[in-house]
Design a protein around this ligand. Structure first.
Ligand SMILES: NC(=O)c1ccc[n+]([C@@H]2O[C@H](COP(=O)([O-])OP(=O)(O)OC[C@H]3O[C@@H](n4cnc5c(N)ncnc54)[C@H](OP(=O)(O)O)[C@@H]3O)[C@@H](O)[C@H]2O)c1
Length: 237
């Protein structure tokens, strides 16, 4: 009960902070767990470090992440998945999709109730039958199935990491990052983290709407501006 109250209080504080204007973590510099320190995890996690967030990167071989965290400086740390999930108030999952079932099972307790930004894409060549499942059930529903209890938001799926690296904090209209989720508060946290990384978050809809920007869809691999993306997805400014 005490824990529920604390969670609620923290959630209210986040909602108030967002309503007041500054992005999530801009003042509090909330700690983030990045599970997977490869192309996409290293890129987006690095942008959060530059924005002032403490970030713990994790993989099955955290010692391999040493060069990444040394390059990023003292706000970046490497750890086990367990250590990172305990550290982060929000989580970015950036591992091959085929790892989701095991990850979700092993860390169910630590993922429960966490805001999780889900960057994973399922491809047939790498992820086998999971790609077929995601294709028929929808990528959002498939992630929710394998990461039960997490407050899931699909984010950073729709472009190659190089496109994110090149366009973060670009001058003029920011590059749009489509996001989708069923939990409004988690969406607000994810939107703020997208802003902190240097992009314009575009809420496309609930988890089922994540198919609109999955690999191979018209919403994939674009560096559209926010207004262009909102028009293309048919969502309000
Ligand atoms: N690359 C892109 O441009 C891009 C763009 C959007 C979305 N995505 C999606 O993001 C995900 C990651 O792609 P990526 O290109 O960044 O892959 P990557 O460069 O191969 O990096 C994957 C990372 O995940 C770790 N990892 C693998 N299995 C793990 C497990 N079971 N538990 C913990 N860590 C694990 C790897 O380290 P260890 O092997 O040492 O554990 C590595 O640090 C994929 O689902 C991909 O579809 C990628």
């Amino acid at each position: 009960m005490a824990c529920d109250r604390r969670t609620l209080l923290r959630a209210s504080a986040v909602a108030l902070a967002l309503a007041a204007g500054p992005a999530f973590g801009q003042d509090a510099k909330s700690p983030i767990a990045v599970i997977g320190g490869g192309n996409i995890g290293g890129t987006i996690g690095g942008l959060w470090v530059k924005a002032g967030h403490p970030v713990m990167f994790a993989s099955r071989h955290p010692e391999d992440l040493k060069p990444l965290v040394e390059t990023l400086g003292p706000l970046a740390k490497a750890g086990t998945v367990e250590q990172a999930l305990a550290f982060g108030e929000a989580v970015l999952i950036a591992v091959p999709y085929k790892a989701y079932p095991e990850l979700g099972k092993t860390y169910a307790g630590l993922l429960k109730g966490k805001v999780v930004l889900d960057a994973g894409n399922a491809t047939k060549a790498r992820d086998g039958e999971l790609a077929a499942e995601a294709e028929s059930a929808g990528i959002g529903a498939t992630s929710a199935k394998y990461l039960p209890g997490a407050r899931l938001v699909r984010a950073f799926n729709a472009a190659n990491y190089r496109l994110f690296a090149q366009n973060a904090h670009r001058s003029g209209a920011k590059m749009a990052v489509p996001i989708a989720g069923d939990d409004q508060q988690a969406l607000a946290v994810a939107a703020a983290l997208v802003r902190d990384a240097g992009f314009d978050p575009v809420v496309v809809g609930g988890l089922d709407a994540a198919t609109k920007f999955q690999m191979g869809s018209p919403g994939f691999q674009r560096d559209a501006t926010g207004p262009e993306a909102r028009k293309a997805f048919g969502v309000a400014e």
